[in-house]
Design a protein around this ligand. Sequence first.
Ligand code: NDP
Length: 233
Amino acid sequence: MSRTVVITGANRGLGLELTRQLLARGDRVIATCRQPALATELARLAAAHPGQLERLPLDVARPESRDAFLAALPPLLGDGRLDLLINNAGVLPSGERFGQMSQDALETSLRTNAIGPFLLAQALAPLLRDGATIANLSSQLGSIARVTRFGTPSYCASKAALNMLGVQLAQALAARSIIVLLLHPGWVQTDMGGPQAPLTPQASAAGLLSVIAAATPAHSGQFLDWQGQPLPW
Ligand code: NDP
């Protein structure tokens, strides 16, 4: 059965690979990114999958961009409903040093990685079908239990915040059997993960989509890796 999916940060990295695999399995995808006009890979996918892929601008950190996206979305939804939201877009600032942390760096990570995904999910909730799924790309680096050294504090804090907001969302949407997942994709070969990462985007995306497909309401609010293994908060 064809499902309708919204995904953020779809122009490169894991977002692009997830989009590719969703299209290959026959889903309708509304792929969002900051600058669709520059997203050449998405343009290629749109040409290869006529009528299956829509591209809309969305900067998840900017409320006015979210409002414009929400206004443009309804005509693109076939029966008016969404089956899956993948909050994939994320930012990992480099070079953070203790003593030099700035208000700006902390706010950018929190806006992009935690506040944006939560507010997008909240805004899309009325359009989600009962039993739909919200998959949030979290990170093992957001696990407070696993912190062993000072490193990328704005990113770690933003993913921990995303986890808590995801658990809150799971509670808010439980009555509609909407499944909210916090997913660690593994360490993946993307611009963010770098070339030395052990996992390909193809393997990570395939694993993530299997975990999403197998999830039931009993999994809602859980923090799982790309193979479905639970992670400590
Ligand atoms: P990349 O850096 O390769 O891609 C990041 C994507 O997020 C790009 O499409 C980028 O768009 C987009 N993005 C960044 N800021 C915004 C914004 N404000 N609005 C909309 N889109 C934005 O990262 P990955 O593909 O590796 O990461 C995907 C997700 O997986 C992220 O949430 C990340 O934190 C998480 N993750 C990744 C790991 C890894 O090893 N790769 C490990 C753990 C978690 P643009 O091109 O416009 O910058």
